[in-house]
Design a protein. Structure first.
Lengths: 139, 139
DNA sequence: ACAAAAGTAGCAATAAAGTTGCAAATGCAA
DNA sequence: TTGCATTTGCAACTTTATTGCTACTTTTGT
């Protein structure tokens, strides 16, 4: 049984071809993957709606996490091992490349703290950045 | 000439009723305003498309800034005075209320620094947070 | 003050991302 | 291997945003 199948089983999800393929696809790239990329790559193999639903399920179970790109479009990346259904551990930075529009998860040493005005209840902080990614920079 | 008209003139934009009304509307609220809110409020007074175009123009000229909410929908808030066409100064935190879905601009004292992996070129850092806003918290 | 030029508004059509309902197919546990 | 809950595919739909085109305003120069 490969890693994708294992991940699914571990999280109580049925081991279906589409889900396995989605997971492999995401794990193979170093950037967060959009629905459009998957649809392109799965042409004829899986329906648009199936991809949407599979991605939602994978996110709900804490296997992948969702991040919106600068156009508000969802992109998905693998979660750290620490993620569960109840808590998504995304104490990392999302880097948005202004050239290729890809989003990268980047670890950060000290995550910032903030003080909110009186009356605001903080649940979590997110850090993001934009610029040019290493691949686009080389070209 | 009111403040809205002044802002427009200052940024080399034509002083039109729709633009003035949009600016007044945004200035009157303490949260970032969505297209839907404006459309609702302007029913019969201005076309949907006009609102989209006006908001884009206002953003391009550095009068308002755009922030995507947790659903990837655009919301607009007034810029600091420091903003220009060339540089949007948004060194503040965007707080996303999980209840009313409104987005608030919150000043922060020390904005975080980050170190990116080799090869990445940083252009700017953004800080956001989510939780419950002061108004929803009271209720 | 007036006309021309340039920018802006309105309308209709379209695009893109995501969602819903339902029937058929599939994975899995007994 | 069979039964049943889950998952998939298809079609239709919603929401957010964009484009093309024409008509209308605002501004500028005289």
């Amino acid at each position: 049984m490969d890693r994708s199948a294992h991940l699914l089983q571990e999280h109580g999800l049925r081991n279906t071809p589409v889900r396995r393929k989605i997971l492999s696809f995401i794990e193979e790239r170093k950037h967060a993957v959009s629905h459009a990329e998957l649809e392109d790559s799965f042409k004829g193999e899986a329906d648009r709606v199936t991809l949407y639903r599979a991605l939602n399920t994978l996110e709900e179970k804490g296997i992948v996490h969702k991040v919106l790109d600068r156009n508000g479009i969802a992109r998905y990346a693998m979660c750290q091992d620490a993620c569960t259904v109840h808590r998504h551990d995304d104490q990392h930075l999302h880097f948005h490349c202004n050239n290729c529009k890809n989003v990268f998860c980047i670890p950060v040493d000290d995550y910032p703290m903030v003080v909110l005005p009186v009356g605001f209840e903080l649940s979590k902080i997110q850090l993001s950045a934009e610029g040019i990614c290493d691949i686009c920079k080389q070209i």
